[in-house]
Every structure is written in structure tokens, then in C-alpha cells.
Design a protein around this ligand. Structure first.
Ligand SMILES: [Zn+2]
Length: 320
């Protein structure tokens, strides 16, 4: 027969109390983070759980449809892309506050954890959908294209498509929207015009470090810088150098976008690094009129060219 709790020695009783307190804390945290959608929306390819306003959910549904069309068009040669699949799942939160309350995410403004993309409707931003679009590309890479990519390529594709301009229900792939992450940090990049100087003083991360994920500065401390590198490199592969690399992107991705496959399909790292640097300078000029146009680089045709128009910068992840 067990002894009643008040007869237990002091230590087990204390342990029991501590354990009960821990359970209570965990339980309270679960209650605090509980999220229940107010409605759902099914589109052709997506199932959306949402606590945003119904017109906002419909807007996200339409924009994700535009992303889906752009993605399947871009990767139409990939056999997996045209295969039937289950609906892709999204969780749309009412606002940033609700998103942060319900998810343990630190500085992140959205995330993809299979099977759901999690993002909020950012009504306070000029572009309220770019967070969801970015995560939606990760989801398409994983669930539709079944690509197994290193960070630079997975994030680069998500930035490239997620930061493209959405106009008249169409995603204009490669035409960059300044009101999206990480583009709104591009004007902070202090490029001197001298590649070697910028590599030496840490303004630029070496291409080799980007491709291998090794030898660069701390990703935790410089994540905005990394995102700018991933985005601009991907932008160059699709749209730079008069489109000479565009057809090589898919084979590169299918081979896992490793350093070796990069050199096989695109070219030697040192040569491409110099081209990429010029492309980055051109993007900075096209989008923010900063620096000077790099010679012999057409930039992103049709880009938003109004000078000195401030990019929207709130809300943004912390500055590196
Ligand atoms: Zn991402």
C-alpha cells in the first residue's frame, strides 16, 4: 500500500511540486499559443486555414495561384511539376501579433514546416503577401518539384520568386518588387565598385562560401546580407548576362546545386563571382539609384525606375 503524499520525505514532495509546476507552465503556454482558424478557403491548388478577414484570405489565395502558375511555367520541364498532387496547405494569421503569439519563431516573419506554410496578412505593408509567397516557394520546391537543394539555392529561389512584382494577377518573375524582403536592405549595401576591396572588408561574401555554406561570416549575425547574396545570385542566373545561364539553372538544381555542379553548368567560381558582383551593382542602381550602372549589364528590364522613392522598411527583421 502506498503512503499518502504528506508522509513522503521532503525531497520527493518537492520534486512532485516542481513537476506539477512545470506541467502547469507547459499547459499554460500551449493555451496561450493556441490558434484556431475562423474560416477555410479552397482554391484549385491550395487549402487555406485562416483567421484573417475573408477578403484578405481571398487575396492571398489569388496571389498564391499566381505564384503557382509562375513556378510551374518556370519549371515546366521538371516532370514532377505537372503530376497531380494533394492540395498545398497554408495557415494565414490575422496579423503579426497573432503570428508571433502562436508560433515560437524568434525574428522570423513566416516559415514553412511541412505540410504548412505559416504567414500573416501584413495589412500595414505596401506588399502584404510577400512573406507567404516566399514560404510558398519553399513548399513548391519541396512538395511539387521534389528538389533537394542547399540553402543558397532554396532561399535564392524563394527570394527570387517571392520578391517578384505581382501585377494584374500575374507574377512578373525577375521584375523585382522593392517592397519585399530582402530587397529593402539592398540600399544598405556599401559597394565600392572594387570587388577585391569589398571581399576583403567583408561587404561581400565570397561566392565560394555562398555555394558551399562554409567559410563566410556568421549566418546568425549577418542573415540579411546572406539573403541579399542568395537572391542576387539567383537573379543573375535567371536574368543576368543576357540570359546565358537561364537554361542551365534547372540542370544545376536537379544536380543539387553543389559547387561542382555550379562550376560544370555555370562556370569557374572566380569568373562568375566577378559577373555576379557587376549584376549586384546593376540591381542596386536599377532599384535604388545607388552607385553607378555597371557597364555592359542590361539590368532588370522594365524595373521600377523612379529615383529616390523610399522602400518600405517596416516590419523588417533586425538589422545585421
Ligand atoms: Zn526562406
Amino acid at each position: 500500500m502506498k503512503a499518502p503524499p504528506w508522509l513522503l520525505p521532503a525531497k520527493p514532495v518537492r520534486l512532485l511540486i516542481l513537476f506539477s509546476l512545470l506541467l502547469a507552465v507547459v499547459g499554460l503556454d500551449k493555451v496561450r499559443r493556441w490558434w484556431s482558424p475562423t474560416h477555410t478557403l479552397d482554391t484549385t491548388h491550395y487549402h487555406i486555414l485562416s483567421s484573417a478577414q475573408s477578403n484578405q484570405t481571398a487575396e492571398i489565395g489569388a496571389k498564391m495561384a499566381a505564384l503557382y502558375s509562375a513556378y510551374t511555367e518556370l519549371f515546366s520541364k521538371l516532370p514532377t511539376v505537372s503530376k497531380p498532387h494533394a492540395k498545398l496547405k497554408l495557415k494565414l494569421y490575422r496579423d503579426q501579433r497573432e503570428f508571433k503569439r502562436c508560433n515560437r519563431v524568434g525574428w522570423a516573419e513566416a516559415y514553412y514546416r511541412p505540410p504548412y506554410c505559416h504567414a500573416y496578412f501584413s495589412a500595414a505593408e505596401i506588399n502584404p503577401h510577400h512573406w507567404m509567397l516566399h514560404e510558398g516557394v519553399h513548399q513548391l520546391n519541396h512538395e511539387l518539384a521534389h528538389l533537394n537543394l542547399p540553402t543558397w539555392a532554396d532561399e535564392g529561389l524563394s527570394d527570387y520568386l517571392g520578391s517578384s512584382l505581382l501585377r494584374d494577377s500575374r507574377l512578373e518573375v525577375g521584375h523585382t518588387d522593392r517592397n519585399s524582403y530582402p530587397i529593402w536592405w539592398l540600399d544598405e549595401l556599401q559597394l565600392s565598385g572594387d570587388l577585391n576591396r569589398d571581399l576583403t572588408n567583408g561587404t561581400l561574401i565570397p561566392l565560394r562560401a555562398i555555394l558551399t555554406g562554409r567559410g563566410g561570416p556568421s549566418m546568425n549575425k549577418h542573415f540579411n546580407l546572406y539573403y541579399l547574396h542568395w537572391w542576387s545570385l539567383t537573379h543573375m542566373l535567371f536574368d543576368g548576362e543576357n540570359g546565358r545561364y537561364r537554361d542551365k539553372v534547372l540542370p544545376l538544381l536537379q544536380e543539387g546545386a553543389t559547387l561542382q555542379s555550379f562550376e560544370n553548368h555555370i562556370g569557374p567560381v572566380e569568373r562568375v563571382q566577378a559577373e555576379w558582383y557587376q549584376h549586384l551593382r546593376q540591381l542596386q542602381w536599377d532599384l535604388f539609384r545607388i552607385g553607378s550602372p555597371a557597364s555592359n549589364h542590361p539590368g532588370q528590364g522594365g524595373a521600377n525606375r523612379e529615383p529616390n522613392k523610399p522602400a518600405q522598411k517596416e516590419p523588417a527583421p533586425p538589422r545585421t
